[in-house]
Design a protein around this ligand. Structure first.
Ligand code: FAD
Ligand code: PHB
Length: 396
């Protein structure tokens, strides 16, 4: 088999890249290890920055999102018995975020790829990149017991944190930077009305809590938990009781509870791999970086990588201009590190650390107090939350 761009991974990064390239007449094939049902069964991110929203519209996959997604103009910070609102729209000159689940984004992308005749090969195992340092890279994979070779001009490794792309870069080229946090998030999805129209991030003496949603009838809640927490010990009742304890009184009093339809524990990690390019292979999304979910940046950061990479590939094919591809790693990493900083900062501000003393707790309260009483403080938070601008221009 032969194509122009071989894409490893059929998560949001790989599918969005595939869709954008297809619309520009660039041939590509997506190789996904899992079945489609498995990929569409994963409950992950829920908050989309405006940059991603616009990319989805431009890629002709924004119709259902615009119909069903919820535009949020702000969110709440609860701490020390107070609840303060961050007015995203007012503080950023009109920018907002869209609440629309990653699962739905992925479903829309799969449907679009199918409708346009895109080639997404599910259950492709043993995907292996070869000769990435040459002008003739290729991928091998096994489908239904048969080994196949896919020759391509470029490889996009959009295969997530545990993917094969980053792992096939030489050890002496790759530098990694990591922080593993000493807690996780226990998440519950329930078919109940969200407790508030906007998200609530709560800093509480018992640990962090978050009220989020997927739709007016589907809620997503999280509580900070220990890393070695046993999911079996968390009945729905125990989860709701713990959540109520950590929420502001008014929210706890109106919280509608119900059976969980999904319950899982996610570890929290900050991770960056540098560079994001090796030879003719480019890393995008979780393959290159992980953020703790506190700032809702994971999916959005994957989207900005795809923005830079797709533009660079389009310039290469349509104008024979290789500048974008040459600069991809540098351009993408500049935004990646800023989102890493914001996610790390918000995680540190909102969580209870196991070794946290009374002084540290006081520092968190003072910072939250300062932040929510200062227009400059709130503006800095809002600017980062709605998403920093994508870098434009030839220097990419
Ligand atoms: P992925 O979504 O991981 O997609 C990579 C794809 O590659 C997968 O489909 C995988 O099956 C496939 N793949 C892997 N290895 C191979 C291989 N060898 N060959 C072929 N295919 C392969 N972000 C938020 O903003 N908010 C959240 O609440 C949130 N919750 C999360 C919960 C969990 C459990 C996880 C893991 C992530 C969460 N994230 C969250 C982060 C966000 O979901 C990711 O940043 C986003 O999925 C990145 O998209 P991606 O396409 O780069 O990677
Ligand atoms: C979610 O809805 O899953 C969600 C929202 C905001 C976050 C993290 C997760 O910061």
């Amino acid at each position: 088999m032969k194509t122009q761009v071989g894409i490893i991974g059929g998560g949001p990064s790989g599918l969005l890249l595939s869709q954008i390239l297809h619309l520009q007449g660039i041939e590509n094939v997506v190789l996904e290890r899992q079945s489609r049902d498995y990929v569409l069964g994963r409950i992950r991110a829920g908050v989309l920055e405006q940059g991603l929203v616009e990319m989805l519209r431009d890629a002709q996959v924004g119709e259902r999102m615009d119909r069903e997604g919820l535009i949020h103009d702000g969110f709440h910070l609860a701490f020390g018995g107070r609840t303060e609102r961050i007015d995203l729209k007012g503080l950023t000159g009109g920018k907002t975020v869209m609440v629309y689940g990653q699962t739905e984004v992925t479903r829309d992308l799969y449907n679009a790829r199918d409708d346009m005749g895109g080639l997404v090969i599910d259950e492709a195992t043993d995907v292996t990149p070869h000769d990435i340092e040459t002008d003739a890279p290729y991928l091998t994979f096994v489908k239904s017991g048969l080994e196949t070779r896919l020759d391509c001009d470029f490889i996009a490794a959009c295969d997530g944190f545990h993917g094969v792309g980053r792992q096939s870069m030489p050890k002496n080229v790759l530098k990694t930077y990591e922080r593993v946090y000493p807690f996780g998030w226990l998440g519950v999805l329930s078919r109940t009305r969200p407790v508030d129209e906007e998200l609530i991030y709560a800093n509480h003496a018992r640990g962090f809590a978050l009220c989020s949603m997927r739709s007016p009838t589907l809620s997503r809640y999280y509580v900070q938990c220990a890393l070695d927490e046993n999911l079996d010990e968390w009945s729905d009742d125990r989860f709701w009781d713990e959540l109520k304890t950590r929420l502001p009184e008014a929210a706890a009093a109106t919280l509608v509870t119900g059976p969980s339809i999904e319950k899982s524990i996610a570890p929290l990690r900050s991770f960056v791999a540098e560079p994001m390019t090796h030879g003719r292979m480019f890393l995008a999304g979780d393959a290159a970086h992980i953020v703790p979910p506190t700032g809702a940046k994971g999916l959005n950061l994957a989207a900005s990588d795809v923005y830079y990479l797709s533009r660079a590939l389009i310039a290469q094919y349509q104008k024979d201009d290789e500048t974008g591809l040459k600069n991809y790693s540098k351009t993408a990493l500049s935004r990646v590190w800023k989102a890493e900083r914001f996610s790390w900062w918000m995680t540190t501000l909102m969580h209870k650390f196991p070794d946290q003393g009374v002084f540290d707790a006081k520092m968190q309260q003072a910072e939250l107090d300062y932040l929510t009483s200062s227009k400059a403080g709130m503006t800095a938070m809002a600017e980062n939350y709605v998403g920093l601008p994508y870098q434009e221009g030839d220097e990419q």
